[in-house]
Design a protein around this ligand. Structure first.
Ligand code: 5GP
Length: 188
């Protein structure tokens, strides 16, 4: 007979492509935290008509859950940072796609799935620098403080997590796992 610990291990470990992942934050805990964050935003932005800008792809699940809990007047749009290599130079170029709203004089809430090094956000904040927003705040479901390379002020953070690769609840590993309702972390 197999020891009970192996059975538990078997139930909780999920293989995605070529890596094993275990449940890290379950869907009930995520749901509760999303509700708390939305309540905080409803209170903070009551008269401010915020424009949520959600960063694709990873933030789409979190954004959908959070935005349905927003009860004040608010707009939403989706943006994407496309990374490509320029033929004439060795450096990577990042282009911001999908910003169709005029953000001048608007109260912007950028919605991220995870802030790791902070490079993505610092690039986006640079792009927004000259567009005249009234305020820009960051809302992220996850933050890995130990991985931070760029100092960025994060107003709303769902969970602070260790510097481990996570998947699920919108986040992928090699394109897979975004549909998992819980958040998983890599088994090392
Ligand atoms: P940063 O620019 O802050 O280093 O990274 C932000 C982006 O990297 C996130 O939007 C996400 O796409 C990706 N990322 C960073 N850490 C993880 C992780 O643990 N899991 C997954 N799936 N993506 C991550």
């Amino acid at each position: 007979m197999r020891p009970i610990s192996n059975v538990i291990f078997y139930i909780y470990v999920m293989r995605i492509v070529d890596q094993d992942f275990e449940v890290f934050i379950d869907k009930e805990t995520i749901k509760k935290r999303v509700e708390e964050m939305a309540a905080q935003i409803n209170a903070d932005y009551q008269e401010l008509n915020p424009l949520f800008l959600s960063i694709l792809n990873g933030a789409f699940v979190f954004t959908a859950d959070l935005f349905r809990q927003i009860t004040i007047p608010a707009e939403i749009s989706f943006i994407k940072l496309k990374s490509y290599r320029k033929m004439e130079s060795s450096g990577k170029v990042k282009e911001l796609l999908g910003l169709e709203h005029n953000i001048f004089n608007r109260n912007i809430i950028i919605v991220e799935d995870i802030v790791d090094t902070g490079k993505t956000l610092s690039h986006i904040l640079e792009e927004f620098g000259e567009l005249g927003a009234k305020s820009i705040e960051i809302l992220t479901m996850l933050h890995k403080p130990e991985a931070s390379l760029k100092p960025i002020s994060l107003k709303y953070v769902g969970f602070r997590i260790p510097n481990k690769f996570v998947v699920g609840y919108g986040l992928d590993y090699d394109g897979y796992g975004r549909n998992l309702p819980d958040l998983y972390k890599i088994v090392e």
